[in-house]
Design a protein around this ligand. Structure first.
Ligand code: ZN
Length: 458
């Protein structure tokens, strides 16, 4: 009997070590090394077929001018949000990872996409759910495709056998953590299994040109469960996020070899599936009768898309000793900085005030152009005076209380105008040299925090 060979793997970053170590020298995490059994025999590893493909001809250098570049024909789906985050449709032979917390709706999204492409033969491999459960889910969506096949299997070699028989045009794996390859002996979901299975699928995708979507579960701290290695191996990483209790879901590109990484797709979760939201600003703004204190609208950009978003805050005297600072959807360090600036430059006494800040719709935002809306919202709550309902904001606030220019201000102004706002407050440096006559919306130009108060309520 062959001797069993084991190695220790960091469950966080995938680094290897022949012996157990407490702190990973690669990623610095503590206590992440786990012993895994690896098979001694290395023959056949990383192949997806029983008979490996013929050796390709060795590549020879070409002159740059001689290279014919043709944009690969992408498959455009019926889902405009997915096409956008992928950079314009599905690229042949690409390996796409969809990450997200369990229960957020990754399987629903992928099944829906599989069903919406009747022109393609899609194989949906599930190690999570039985065939009957998938059928029930599909029935709820009320979408039908004659070309969608379901396979309940977790062994990669078995899956590849079925693939050779079926010859699908698109492969969905739900999820990568349930797969196991017979070439590696450790348990499904372990670092070496995830890495091996991904390598086999990668090879399959590149050799056949069939695009592969992998679903991957995310751990609580936000990383894809298991190794970061997985994120390095695939072509595209999409994060599917949102609050499970809210109906909105966000699909965000965090890596893309075939497009920009700043793109964002928004979906509404309904009983019959996920509905792409074409005009997100309308849902991110609360429909309201009366104007509340502490609410301000900011014009932000996500990727190339301008979005108007509602910032809510509550500033109230602290009753239990140390004042609380809490923020949802907005960086809390940035909030603290803005509070310090408001205190120093705006003369607000915030030392004994609780401050709560919330970005509506469960979105997480990091566009500095929202600073001005955050400040306006805080001022409004502090003063108990509502921000006028027809006013929105786009500007970065500096440490000196100066209002700084933000990029692509024209897109933000145009979006505000489109949604019926009458006034937008921006940095006066942002609109220098712009032709403002083409906008009907009134543009309030400010350069200092002191002016903001005046222009808001004056
Ligand atoms: Zn590590």
């Amino acid at each position: 009997m062959a001797k069993i060979k084991t190695t220790f793997f960091c469950q966080n970053c995938g680094a290897q070590s022949p012996k157990w170590i407490g702190k990973c020298p690669s990623c610095g995490e503590w206590n992440t090394y786990v012993e895994e059994v690896i098979q001694k025999e290395e023959v056949g590893r990383g192949t997806w077929k029983a008979s490996p493909a013929k050796e390709k001809r060795a590549a020879v250098p070409k002159r740059l001018q001689e290279i014919n570049f043709e944009e690969q024909p992408r498959t455009v789906t019926k889902d405009a949000e997915l096409d956008r985050v992928l950079g314009g449709g599905i690229v042949p032979g690409s390996l796409v990872l969809i990450g997200g917390e369990p229960g957020i709706g990754k399987s629903t999204l992928m099944l829906q996409i599989a069903l919406s492409l009747p022109q393609l033969k899609v194989l949906y491999v599930s190690g999570e759910e039985s065939e009957a459960q998938i059928k029930m889910r599909a029935d709820r969506m009320q979408q039908f495709s004659d070309n969608c096949y379901v396979l309940s299997e977790t062994n990669t070699q078995q899956i590849f056998q079925q693939i050779e028989l079926l010859e699908p045009d698109l492969l969905v794996i739900d999820s990568i953590q349930t797969l196991h390859s017979q070439y590696v002996e450790s348990a499904a979901g372990s670092v070496s299994q995830v890495r091996e299975c991904t390598a086999e699928l990668m090879k399959f995708a590149k050799e056949t040109g069939v695009p592969v979507f992998l679903i991957g579960h995310i751990t609580k701290d936000g990383s894809i469960a298991g190794p970061k290695v997985l994120e390095h191996m695939v072509d595209t990483v999409l994060q599917f996020e949102g609050d499970r209790h809210l109906s909105y879901r966000i699909l965000r590109t965090s890596k893309n070899r075939f497009g920009s990484t700043n793109e964002l797709g928004i979906y509404e979760m309904r009983t019959d599936g996920l509905r792409p939201v074409a005009n997100p600003s309308e849902i991110l703004l609360t429909q309201r009768e009366e104007i509340l204190n502490g609410v301000a609208i900011g014009a932000m950009l996500e990727g190339n898309r301008p979005l108007l978003i509602e910032i809510q805050s509550l500033v109230s005297p602290a009753t239990y000793g140390t004042p609380q600072r809490s923020s949802t959807g907005f960086d809390s360090k940035r909030l603290n900085m803005l509070l310090a600036v408001l205190e120093k430059r705006g003369g607000m006494r915030l030392g004994q005030q609780d401050v709560f800040l919330n970005v509506a719709g469960g979105l997480r935002v990091d566009d500095p152009a929202l600073d001005l809306a955050v400040c306006a919202s805080l001022i409004s709550s502090y003063e108990d005076h509502p921000v006028p309902g027809d006013l929105c904001f786009a500007g970065e606030v500096g440490l000196g209380g100066e209002i700084r220019a933000v990029h692509r201000i024209e897109n933000r102004i145009a979006e505000a105008e489109k949604l019926g706002f009458k006034k937008i407050m921006v940095s006066k440096y942002a609109v220098k040299g712009l032709d403002l006559k083409k906008f009907k919306i009134q543009i309030l130009q400010v350069s200092k925090l002191e002016e903001v108060y005046q222009r808001m309520f004056g």
